[in-house]
Ligand binder design. Sequence first.
Ligand SMILES: *Cc1c(COP(=O)(O)O)cnc(C)c1O
Length: 405
Amino acid sequence: MLERARVLDAGDPLAQFRERFEVPEGVIYLDGNSLGCLPNATPARLEQVVREEWGRDLIRSWNSAGWIDLPAKVGAKIAPLIGAQPHEVIACDSVSVNLFKLISAALKMRPGRKIVLSEPGNFPTDIYMIEGLENQGLAERRLAERGKLVEALDGDVALLLLTHAHYKTGELFDMEALTKAAHEAGALVLWDLSHSGGALPVDLGACEADFAVGCGYKYLNGGPGAPAYAFVAGRHLAATEQPLSGWMGHAAPFAFSDDYEAAPGIERLLCGTPGILGLAALEVGVDLIAEIGVERLYAKSKALSEFLRQCLAEGGVALDFVSPADPGARGSQLSFRHEEAYAICQALIARGVIGDFRDPDILRFGFAPAYLRFADMAEAARHVAEVLESGEWQKAEFRERAAVT
Ligand SMILES: *Cc1c(COP(=O)(O)O)cnc(C)c1O
């Protein structure tokens, strides 16, 4: 398979982009869906922000370096990656905080309805944020299995909140069909794009989605804890009232008025002072993904994951596959179920093959196609086969649980 891999790598139109990232020697990184690699332009950009913009120009940089506009500027650069208009997206806060703002705003737009509908097994923070609002008496949580969501969309549902690509299995929702079904039931829709933005083509505009959030540190390579992003459809901007009415979301923050008046545009989603270092790093990652292009990334992602499957099959590895077999029906990942997934994952990491484990029994390989090679797939498959055959995962050191998995 290594031979085949070399041929595929030689014909790969994205091969040149690997050197735009720091990929550590001896590492096959199958976790770019959890924390993307460092773009090699990021350290110099951060050095400049720290030394020149902060160190030398100090507070003047809010204007001279454009810090004040950075959340909207980075948001506008994320917009084309998710089928949004530049004025509909802003980069700020975490996904969790943005979920809080947008769930609250949606509830306010649907008076008389309190239910926020999601699926069991959605990413925990999405479900917990609904629960938090339920504890405040502002929402009611309803969970329905994938196949039963449309049925569960009755006249009490204010908002349908779903994650486009499932974080464990990679299963995709049909965004267009579900958005339509929610609208027909009079509900709004909030899509969590954490596992799709920058990895798969998403068209919020064509789907007529109402709201969306997504993550900056996964496929956008913004660095650990990078700002997230939030989308509000232009037609809803004026009616979107979010409860974290901090001064940065004010129409005129520097008028220091006693009364809150939300900014007319997407800036109304801001709350406090934005973290400029995080935004500067995120901007580098977003620029790079935009330069490569999501369509090309997605095409290579599918080719990589299918090639890994072939390599595993040819190596005689029979893993219990939980991701959809059709590459068009899954996100940029492949997940497997194994009783000993934790220990196997640790044994692979010890060999430099970094994937991740998701409780209780999922081994997950993510494909960030900007910096992965087909040869990495062949090598990864060989390591998986060796780890399983040798039983080396049974060592005590691989079974001991770390705090962050
Ligand atoms: C990674 C991820 C998040 C992250 O939320 P934060 O508040 O930024 O930590 C949220 N939702 C989904 C679906 C994710 O995969």
